[in-house]
Design a protein around this ligand. Structure first.
Ligand code: SF4
Length: 266
């Protein structure tokens, strides 16, 4: 019995070593590709990802200005990419309206992915207004857990992050390994600036959240989003008055980004 157990352990150990080696090789290949794609346009990067991953590719949008650029590229060029959004049940009416307007304009479907608990159920189970007492737990329940479950079904996900958004994103590549969710992460807008984003939206008359014109450069859930004054950082209206700066979706698990100023799902 002991011998059987011991042999099993050796085999399991070898398998684990092989898996780790393959994963490391895959991670290195992906990051090499990311560096090779550095000079490519967002559309070229999207096309590369579509060819490379096919139906195993998804785009998680939070309907930020950057997300709208990517939705426009996907929609106008009819790229066969699965799209979803995390519907926390606490989004602004303007965001829900934008969701429908984008679907209508481009003819694609943006899947709504919700948490296990409704807002009311969360209040019963975890107490009312969890976001005021423990926003990390609230984001974990309403965003990170559903996202993790979704991403488990894919090999790569597209995000709308830009390098100049936060200190955590300065070293992002066009394609990189997402250690937190264990799949490839495609960042077509990584080299773009805020000016590039708005030039694209206006040139192509892309629908965007009207809250951006009312002092909300970054829009998330209603309870955790406030207006930003002139001169404040674009992300300063998110979780105002708390130390929290990220949902936990784009956190660098190496720990290099524990400092951050912040970023939306997109
Ligand atoms: S942004 Fe606020 S309300 Fe939304 S999931 Fe996070 S803590 Fe909860």
């Amino acid at each position: 019995m002991f011998q059987e157990f011991a042999m099993g352990s050796v085999i399991t150990g070898r398998k684990m070593t092989m898996t780790a080696t393959l994963e490391e090789q895959g991670r290195q290949d992906i990051e090499e590709t990311g560096r090779a794609l550095e000079g490519n346009s967002p559309l070229e990067i999207l096309r590369w990802a579509t060819d490379a991953y096919g139906p195993r590719l998804t785009f998680a949008t939070g309907f930020g200005a950057e997300g709208c650029v990517l939705l426009d590229l996907i929609g106008r060029h009819t790229l066969p990419i699965d799209i979803f959004t995390l519907d926390t049940g606490l989004l602004f009416p303007e965001t829900y309206d934008l969701w429908r307007r984008l679907e209508s304009r481009y003819g694609f479907t943006i899947r709504g992915v919700g948490p296990e608990l409704s807002v009311e159920q969360q209040a019963t189970v975890l107490g009312p207004e969890l976001w005021t007492r423990d926003p990390d737990q609230c984001c974990d329940t309403r965003k990170v857990t559903p996202l993790t479950a979704q991403l488990a079904g894919f090999d790569a996900w597209i995000t709308a992050i830009r390098r100049d958004q936060t200190r955590t994103r300065v070293s992002a590549l066009a394609v990189e390994w997402d250690q937190k969710f264990a799949l490839a992460k495609v960042n077509p807008l990584v080299r773009w600036t805020k000016r590039d984003v708005w030039a694209h939206l206006l040139k192509h008359e892309v629908p965007y959240n009207p809250l951006h014109d009312r002092g909300y450069p970054s829009v998330g859930c209603v309870p955790c989003t406030s207006r930003v004054a002139a001169g404040e950082h674009d992300r300063s209206g998110r979780w105002r008055g708390t130390a929290k700066t990220e949902c936990g979706l784009h956190v660098d698990v190496t720990g290099a980004d524990q400092v951050t100023p912040s970023g939306p799902l997109a």
